[in-house]
Each structure stands twice: as C-alpha cells, then as structure tokens.
Design a binder for this molecule. Structure first.
Ligand code: FAD
Length: 388
C-alpha cells in the first residue's frame, strides 16, 4: 500500500505541528501528512513538568486529540506509527506497518529522546520512567497512584529540577541524585545552583549531589533501593530518569543525511544536506546551534513556512533566556556559548544575579534567581543573540 502528499512531516511535537499551523496560516493549501510514533495529541510539552502540582490528569494536558488536530490542519494523520526508513532517492518513507508514503517535500521534526546512562535490571525497569511526551506522562501518572509516593529523580538538569519541584508540590516525597555538585550545572554557576539547592532542601526535597549510583535493585514488592558511591542508600517507590536528551538523528543518518552529535545539520533555511528535506525543533542543529527549547523552534516553524510557500527566509534566534519552572526559587538563565573570562556575581540569599563576561568585559550570558529574575528583559537586550 502507498500514498502521497505534497508535504510529509515526521513528528507531531511543537515543531511539526507548529510548522503545519504556520503554513495554513499563510494560506498554503498543499496536501499535508503528519506521522507520529506517539499518540499525536496536541499538547504543550513544557506543561508536563507542571501537571503533578496541579493534579492534572493526562487528558487535561491534551489541548486537542490527533483527530481534532487533523481536522484543524486539514492534514492526514498517522499516529502510533513509527517511521522505519527514508528513501531519499525515490522520495518515500517506510512506515512500520509496511506502508510507503511518497512526498515532494519532507520535514524531519523527530525531536530528542531521553538518554539513559546505564541499563536497568528487568526487576526494576517497570518502576523506572522517563517523561518526554504525553504518553510517558500518562504511564507515570498511573504508576504514581493516589497516595503520596517516594520518587527518586536521577539528574539535576532542567527536567530533573522541574519534576522535583512539581512532584514535591504535588505532595510526593522527592529525592534528587546527580553526579554534579550543584543543581542546573549547565545553566547556573555554582553559587546560584547552591541557592536552588537551599530552597529545595528547606522545602524537604532530599538532595544527593556529587554522587553516582552503584546499583538500583528491587528489594521487595515495595522498595526500590538505589545504592550510591558513598554507601548511602535511597529507597523509592518509583524512579524518574532525567539524564539528558539526545536528538533523534538515526533516520536521517541511515539515509545518508549530514548529522552531528548536536542534531541533523541544517542551514539558516532549515535545509538538510539533501534537497527536498528540511529539519527543525530539538532534532535540528541550525548553523551550529541546537537550543532545544520552544522559542527557537517557533521561530524556525515560522521561517520554514515562509520558505516553503515561496519566500526564502533565513531563521534567526534572539537572546532568549530559559525560564526554569521551579517556583520554590524562580530561575532564568541565558548560558554563555563560550567559556566566560569571569562571572560577576551579586546578591544574597536566594536573590542572585550572575553576569558572564568575556575578556573585553562584554556581557555574553547571565543567570538570575529569586527576585533578580526581574532583570531578564534588561539583560536580554544587552546580551548577544543566539543566532543573529
Ligand atoms: P518532540 O516534542 O520530541 O516531538 C518529536 C515528535 O517526533 C514526536 O511526535 C515523536 O513521536 C515523533 N517521532 C520521533 N521519531 C519518530 C519516528 N521514527 N517515526 C515517527 N515519529 C517519530 N522548553 C521551553 O522553551 N520552556 C520550557 O518551560 C520547557 N519545559 C520543558 C519541560 C520538559 C519536561 C521537557 C521534556 C522539555 C521542556 N522544554 C521547554 C523543551 C521543549 O519542550 C522542547 O524543545 C520541544 O517540545 C521540542 O519539540 P519537538 O517538536 O522538536 O520534539
């Protein structure tokens, strides 16, 4: 069986759906097919790490079902369908059920997948989770059950910290374990990471920083026990792995497109190394930059929609800081892309500003906590853009 569409988009995350919406907004009427390995429900991924505090059921996070989305976009939807291969010479893609879809233009919006640093014993695997889409949220939500649960979170990056704060606010007992010595190590210099640690600890979140995990074992029907390198143990009902994301480049790579560890290589017009194939969102490395957050993918969707409808439009990214959703201590960060000559750190308690400067004393990034987050707009204006 086969079918054909003028535009095939692989991925129904914010990038794939954002592009389809931007095209329709421009009045583009070509036939569009969207293919997704997940449920295809329209949801905002950033809300996944705010749902437990509000007690939101998975259905409340889906803004539209895949069927409603297909209607809104006048697009054909294939959901819970993995794309197994691209045939770039014949301009077709192969779906897991054997169906072949032809395209004139193909867009890869396959996002990024959780990176797991170690393999899990079969006895603990069913109680270890990642949350990177609405289906994952659904599974974790049902495993949590009704009463307060003990959740061990592995990883102290944005995803780990946001879920720690959110699950704590939802009444669960949270521990965070990470090899780095402070929270948000890639976004905050240590004094600000420590301010966040203080806020978490005071609230009752157990932190095990600077620690690696020697073993994870199911010691009874109830307890999963994590043994740390200093001999400490953490007992939990569930484990949440927040150990980083890697762009899903396998399809592109197998088809011979140019990829790097940061993603599918694309130019400012989001063109891959192959004519008729574009990429955007967490999977794409645009002119050397893969920011992996929402504002750059929205700008990319808008630029690519214009390009595909006949007005070639290079994308640019502003100085868009990341707002970390940790209400226990608000955090805003715009990490410098090169190692700063110095950090100028001011403030006290939880209210700290850190300005990264290069050797000429120019601002190249910043990090703010507590009351200092109100400097976000002023500092963003002074900082260099992400992709000018
Ligand atoms: P994804 O949403 O990962 O979508 C990828 C799509 O591709 C999915 O539909 C998937 O099923 C499909 N797919 C992949 N491979 C295949 C295949 N072989 N066949 C078929 N389909 C395939 N950013 C912010 O700016 N602000 C925030 O506050 C924020 N909070 C976040 C909180 C969490 C918990 C997480 C995980 C991320 C957060 N981010 C935030 C990052 C932001 O959500 C992502 O940058 C964005 O959602 C990425 O969208 P995407 O469409 O590129 O990828």
């Amino acid at each position: 069986p086969s079918s054909h569409a003028a535009l095939v988009i692989i991925g129904t995350g914010m990038a794939g759906v954002g592009l389809a919406r931007a095209l329709r907004r421009l009045g583009d009427q070509r036939s569009i097919t969207l293919v997704s390995a997940d449920s295809g429900d329209d949801y905002s991924k950033p809300l996944l790490s705010t749902g437990f505090a509000k007690g939101l059921a998975p259905e409340q996070l889906a803004q539209r079902s895949a069927a409603e989305l297909g209607e809104e976009l006048t697009a054909q939807m294939f959901i819970h369908t993995q794309v197994d291969a691209l045939d770039v010479d014949n301009q077709t893609i192969l779906l897991e059920d054997g169906m072949v879809l032809g395209y004139d233009t193909l867009v890869l919006a396959t996002g990024a997948a959780p990176r797991l640093p170690f393999s899990l014993e079969p006895s603990v695997a069913p109680r270890c989770f990642t949350i990177n889409d609405l289906d994952d949220y659904r599974h974790f939500h049902s495993a949590l059950g009704h009463g307060p649960a003990r959740v061990a979170i592995i990883g102290a990056g944005l995803v780990g910290c946001e879920f720690a704060n959110d699950l704590h606010a939802g009444g669960h007992h949270v521990s965070v374990i990470a090899p780095e010595g402070s929270l948000l190590p890639r976004l905050l210099p240590p004094p600000l990471g420590n301010a966040l640690s203080d806020a978490f600890s005071e609230a009752g979140i157990n932190l095990h920083l600077g620690r690696s995990i020697d073993s994870i074992a199911a010691e009874s029907d109830e307890d999963i026990v994590l043994r740390l390198d200093n001999g400490d143990t953490v007992s939990a009902d569930l484990v949440l792995m927040a150990t980083g994301l890697a762009p899903r480049t396998a399809l592109a790579e197998a088809a011979g497109l140019s990829v790097s560890p940061s993603g599918i290589v694309v130019d400012r017009q989001l063109r891959t190394s192959h004519p008729h194939i574009y990429a955007l969102g967490d999977v794409a490395c645009v002119d050397g930059v893969n920011a992996m957050y929402v504002q750059p993918l929205q700008a990319s969707a808008k630029a690519l929609a214009a390009t595909l409808s006949g007005t070639p439009t290079p994308v640019s990214f502003g100085a868009w800081p990341v707002v970390v959703k940790t209400p226990l201590l608000p955090v805003v960060a715009y990490p410098p892309t090169t190692t700063p000559e110095r950090w100028r750190i001011e403030g006290e308690g939880g209210d700290i500003s850190a300005l990264a400067e290069n050797k000429d004393g120019r601002l190249i990034g910043f990090a703010l906590t507590g009351g200092c987050v109100r400097r976000k707009v002023e500092l963003s204006r002074a900082a260099p853009t992400l992709l000018g």
